[in-house]
Design a protein around this ligand. Structure first.
Ligand SMILES: Cc1ncc(COP(=O)(O)O)c(C=O)c1O
Length: 390
């Protein structure tokens, strides 16, 4: 077998050998006491990761399915929504809302920048009918982190507006305490900090969002969280469960919950510091104004092309990173810092990036990149990993 890839993409991410072993176990049926025990356990553990007293639902879907589910469960056609669009995934919120006939107010944030709380506040004051503010914690396409805590604080003061957060590239490894920060809807997905294959979406509603759910008129059957809630009370899912993924999740949650959310955030932030420093030593500037700890977008220096770098490092060094999307194609590369990885994987990635630059005709000093990457990961945290905004 060929040497496996080291997955340094911002999802799907590297999985642990133990998860791979669990995924290969013989199949068991989901309507069995054995599986019900596992499901009951993960349903108890997930709220600990979300830092909420509310239930967290598991839906068999990719992250976008979780986003669509959250919309149809919380809102009605004709509702006014404020879509904060700072990149590709902000566009996804807007597309879903368009499909379901919502009236959209858009805040288009220049790519590479984070939303400004003052602008959000102004838009809410100008549009008092807004029922939901839709935002990404981390906008994976540009590598920025949004000021979630700051925005949620004033959305909380509006009884008729909920804060809906796509935390797909944040939940689990950045501090995003759902209850403390008054986040009304949080969506996550299995292929990011949950270190599993793609296929499970996780979502949770605050009591305020649950009230919205009772009024929501969007049609829904597969996504209906009310039936899911009734089934979860009996340690079951309404439809068939993805048994292998949920068994993998059970193991991951045991591991993840051994450390505090602060420690997990600090560990992720340290890896990101290594990527940023290694990138800087290679002449790659940071693209994001407020970089997320979970994914680093690096601007490709003049004379090199992002796509060639991505293809070369994968083909020759077996390291998977990703390029830029749409207008950022060829201009940036993105390296993730989630998954079953540690400082050695980041060091290897940055060394192989340096070698790739040399292979493609550029200049790089592999030893210097190595030293800078390691030193940055060992340095004490300079930023509060809570918001990415310090
Ligand atoms: C922030 C964010 N939102 C949504 C998605 C969409 O998730 P999926 O591709 O699992 O549907 C992604 C995927 O990378 C993401 O990073």
């Amino acid at each position: 077998m060929a040497q496996p890839y080291l997955l340094m993409a911002p999802g799907p991410v590297q999985m642990s050998p133990e998860v791979l072993r669990i995924l290969a176990e013989p199949m068991i049926h989901h309507r069995t006491p054995e599986f019900e025990t596992i499901l009951a356990k993960v349903l108890r553990q997930l709220p600990e990761v979300f830092e909420t007293r509310q239930p967290v639902f598991i839906q068999c879907a990719t992250g976008s399915g979780g986003m669509e589910s959250s919309i149809v469960n919380a809102l009605s056609p004709g509702d006014q929504v404020l879509c904060i669009v700072a990149g590709k995934f902000g566009e996804r919120w807007r597309e879903i809302c368009q499909v379901y006939g919502m009236e959209i107010v858009s805040y288009d944030v220049p790519w590479g920048q984070s939303a400004e709380p003052a602008v959000v506040k102004k838009l809410l004051n100008e549009n008092p009918r807004v029922r939901a503010v839709l935002i990404q914690a981390c906008e994976t396409s540009t590598g920025i982190f949004n000021p979630i805590k700051e925005i949620a604080a004033f959305v909380h003061d509006r009884p008729e507006t909920i804060m809906m957060v796509d935390a797909i590239t944040a939940c689990g490894v950045t501090e995003l305490p759902m209850d403390d920060w008054h986040l009304d809807v949080v969506v996550a997905a299995s292929q990011k900090a949950f270190m599993l294959p793609t296929g499970l979406a996780f979502l949770s509603f605050s009591p305020k969002a649950w009230k919205f759910a009772q009024l929501a008129k969007c049609p829904r059957l597969y996504w209906d969280l009310r039936t899911e809630f009734e089934n979860n009370k009996k340690s079951a899912t309404h439809f068939s469960s993805s048994v292998p993924l949920i068994k993998g999740l059970s193991h991951v949650l045991d591991e993840v919950l051994k450390s505090s959310s602060t420690d997990r955030a600090r560990a992720c932030e340290a890896l990101a510091r290594g990527i940023r420093a290694g990138g800087a030593a290679l002449g790659f500037k940071l693209y994001a104004q407020h970089p997320s700890p979970t994914v680093t977008a690096l601007v490709v220096p003049e004379g090199l092309e992002g796509e060639k770098i991505q293809r070369h490092i994968e083909a020759k060094y077996r390291v998977t990173i990703v390029g830029g999307q749409e207008k950022l194609k060829n201009k940036i590369i993105r390296i993730g810092s989630m998954g079953a990885i540690g400082p050695n994987d980041v060091t290897r990635t940055m060394q192989d990036l340096a070698r790739t630059v040399i292979d493609l005709g550029g200049k790089a000093d592999v030893d210097q990149v190595t030293a800078k990457t390691r030193a940055a990961m060992n340095a004490p945290a300079s930023a509060d990993p809570r918001s990415g905004h310090t």
